[in-house]
Design a protein around this ligand. Structure first.
Ligand code: BGC
Length: 750
């Protein structure tokens, strides 16, 4: 918050708590100060000074009994809370437990500083929404903000103050499992979504007990891990860092995000948790960020494993000096910092400033006045409230992307005689929740099978067979699957990935259907009955055989608790699909990283041999960024550009008429791409610079306009100065990154 932006009353409040913070800091011992920078977990992680692996080893060797092990898991470090050695706790859920621990902090610690409870509330607390990648495919900012708002409301009712979200890492590599948690490959879209999620989580005022503090993570460039292998090194030019990977973080900062999380990876040789350039120069300098930074789990101690520090003491010192305020979960700061401060190795003012940043956020959350923001009654009535479930269905419908619909086989009629629902994910609850649904419950999920059963007429017979498992080749049941398929009018095959195949530490080196699922699809295809594939997955997959051979493909991702209902809504036409891909689908993993906004090569792919392509497969994607079909059709015409010449300080308005030319109402996501034709550095072939989702009735036409400020069309030059160069810009406006009406304008220097 900038003081100048506040009204007088707000300024008084800020002054008041700044005074209180300083008074508090004056009273604190060094240990208590470091305590505020320490986040602790209740589980075996970090308890008794042992790591999880050490404890498990001792358990296996019989050195720790099972009873002791259970007790360790329940260690909430109450004594440390009493001693003021814990500023924040992760992994605590439930109003009762959080209030019990808060009471110890408030009533039994010397200074009564409230605890800050943090948790990964990534796509819902109890009402689990689609995975973030899926939500992004809705391109619907209002709804994305709404799901974050509901997640905040439920989490807060369950005693949480702080979510480690939004994850705003751009990634161009779908081998990386964490693409599921992000918003895909585009920087502009990621930035708009980052702001919407921050607003949804935090609202206007952090002290509103229905909201939670947000955290932009993982700072920075975590999504560019070499080889798509999680935690791996990241090496990139500063220009790419600032043009592609940092803008979503800046957007989160501008939206007022209260915290940032440092990433696990090193960036150009410096681990992010001790990266002065990132945490101070960029974050505090360039972004003007006023909140605090938390490490990723154990990432300060891991600086030693990176070989960047000789021991944890040195790593802790480097992290604090670089601008990292809170140590997540391994007690590194707590063990190592006090000595460094007492020795004078780190100036006390550095510590005080870090503590000030943490306490300020606690004040902003209102925790000093209202440390118990919830109770069990509120928790019970908030979690899974019917209006939350309704939004979950709406969001799930809009996250679906229709990739293929040969001969308009979809939507299906509800009065077909017999439908075969086949596949390992057809009657599954757990896998629909996706990654990071720690507080979700499988029992809340509507499976695809159930969704279909409730959508069709009562005389329609639904037959089901699992066919095979998601992975491995055991328990194949192709025969039953083929038999029921033969007896049916249509086959709905629900295939893809299990939830744990994406998310953290779940990188894949293959992007095909895992296990025997493609064989199952081939067997079903042989029946000559139409096959509708419903994909359940956490990343773009390479599925060229399915794309070529089956009748329809519905990309449903992992849609959360309302999966089955939303999928049935699309299959039977209750909802006309409108989602568009936010990440490119490759033909083969060998094409990865493949993304639409790549820099121009000197030899673009063509029929000529010596051009940029593969000898054993296409260089084009299977499905491009921005692609998605509808049950209706849209026509684009009358591209208008307000001026043929525009100054660097000016604006240009670009508009197009979009008409619904099909036979039902629908929504279209109109996308605007620009290309800087000649520049002093090689620029991307095109870049998304605007989008607009419009609802169109039958035959209706709407004019969609974009106002483009030329100052946003710049880039970083060799000296890392942001510049806008004069010259020709090409415009493409259309339904995806491959197709569109084309025009141009010139940026002039006078
Ligand atoms: C992940 C973070 C997460 C943290 C706390 C880490 O392993 O990288 O995204 O917020 O754990 O659960």
């Amino acid at each position: 918050m900038v003081m100048a932006e506040l009204n007088i009353q707000e300024k008084m409040i800020v002054k008041d708590y700044e005074n209180k913070i300083n008074e508090l800091i004056d009273k604190m011992t060094t240990e208590e100060k470091v305590g505020q920078l320490n986040q602790s977990l209740p589980s075996i992680f970090g308890a008794f000074g042992m790591t999880k692996d050490e404890i498990i080893e001792k358990l296996v060797e019989g050195e720790i009994s099972y009873e002791d092990f259970q007790a360790m898991k329940r260690d909430y470090h109450k004594d440390d809370i009493r001693k003021g050695l814990i500023g924040s706790m992760g992994g605590i859920t439930g109003a009762e437990l959080s209030n019990e621990l808060q009471k110890i902090a408030i009533e039994e610690s010397r200074l009564g500083i409230p605890l800050l409870f943090g948790l990964d509330v990534i796509h819902g607390y109890r009402t689990i929404f689609p995975i973030p990648l899926a939500e992004a495919c809705s391109w619907d900012m209002e709804l994305i903000e709404k799901t974050a708002e509901i997640a905040a409301k439920e989490a807060s009712a369950a005693g949480i103050h702080w979510t480690y979200a939004p994850m705003v890492d751009v990634s161009r590599d779908s081998r990386w499992g964490r693409v599921a948690e992000g918003t895909g490959e585009d920087t502009y879209l990621a930035s708009v979504i980052a702001a919407a999620r921050v607003k949804g989580f935090q609202g206007e005022n952090l002290s509103d007990p229905d909201r939670v503090l947000a955290c932009a993570k993982h700072f920075a460039a975590y999504g560019a891990a070499v080889g798509g292998r999680d935690y791996n090194t990241v090496d990139m030019s500063l220009q790419t860092l600032h043009e592609v990977y940092l803008p979503p973080f800046e957007a989160a900062a501008e939206a007022g995000v209260g915290t940032f999380m440092s990433a696990f990876n090193d960036l150009n040789g410096i681990p992010c948790s001790v990266n002065n350039y990132l945490l101070t120069d960029v974050l505090r300098g360039q972004f003007g960020f006023k909140g605090f930074v938390v490490s990723d789990a154990n990432s300060i101690a891991e600086v030693v494993v990176h070989g960047k520090s000789v021991d944890r003491k040195e790593a802790s010192k480097k992290a604090l000096l670089a601008g990292l305020e809170m140590d997540m979960s391994q007690g590194t700061y707590l063990q190592d910092l006090p000595e460094k401060i007492i020795n004078g190795d780190i100036p006390e003012e550095v510590l005080d400033e870090a503590v000030r940043r943490v306490l300020r956020v606690k004040y902003q959350l209102g925790l000093f006045d209202n440390p118990y923001r919830t109770d069990c009654n509120l928790e019970e009535k908030t979690l899974l409230a019917p209006e939350h479930v309704e939004v979950a269905r709406k969001m799930a419908q809009r996250s679906i992307v229709l990739l293929k619909n040969e001969n308009n086989i979809l939507p299906l009629k509800k009065d077909l005689k017999k439908i075969a629902v086949i596949g390992p994910l057809a009657d599954n609850k757990k896998e629909m929740l996706g990654t990071w649904a720690i507080t979700g419950e499988s029992e809340d999920v509507v499976t695809v099978l159930t969704g279909i059963q409730s959508a069709v007429d009562k005389d329609t017979e639904i037959v089901y067979s699992k066919g095979c498992e998601v992975t491995g080749d055991v328990d194949l049941d192709f025969n039953t699957a083929v038999q029921i398929a033969n007896e049916s009018d249509v086959i709905i095959a629900v295939v893809g990935e299990s939830a744990d195949m994406s998310g953290e530490a779940s990188s894949r080196m293959d992007l095909n259907f895992p296990g025997r699922q493609e064989e199952l699809l081939k067997a079903l295809h042989q029946t000559d009955k139409p096959v509708v594939v419903v994909l359940i997955n956490g990343r773009p997959l390479s599925i060229p055989w399915a794309a070529e051979n089956v009748s329809a493909i519905v990309e449903a991702w992992q849609l959360g608790i309302e999966s089955g209902n939303a999928i049935a809504d699309v299959l039977f036409g209750e909802f006309n699909p409108s989602g568009k891909l936010v990440a490119t689908f490759p033909y083969s993993v060998g094409q990865v990283p493949i993304y639409y906004n790549h820099p121009k090569t000197g030899r673009p792919a063509s029929k000529i041999k010596f051009t940029s392509k593969y000898i054993d497969g296409p260089s084009e994607p299977l499905y491009p960024f921005g692609f998605g079909l509808s049950y209706t059709t849209f026509k684009y015409e009358n591209l208008l550009i307000s001026a043929s010449e525009v100054t660097k300080e000016g604006k240009v308005t670009i508009s197009v008429d979009v008409q619904n030319t099909g036979d039902r109402s629908g929504e279209e996501i109109v996308q605007l791409y620009l290309t800087d034709v000649v520049a002093s550095r090689v620029r991307p072939v095109k870049e998304l610079k605007g989008f607009n989702k419009v609802a169109l009735q039958l035959g209706e036409t709407k004019t969609v306009s974009f106002e483009i400020e030329i100052r946003n069309l710049g880039f970083y030059d060799d000296a890392m100065d942001y510049i806008i160069e004069p010259g020709l810009f090409k415009v493409s406006i259309g339904p995806n990154s491959k197709e569109g009406l084309e025009g141009e304008f010139i940026v002039v220097d006078y």
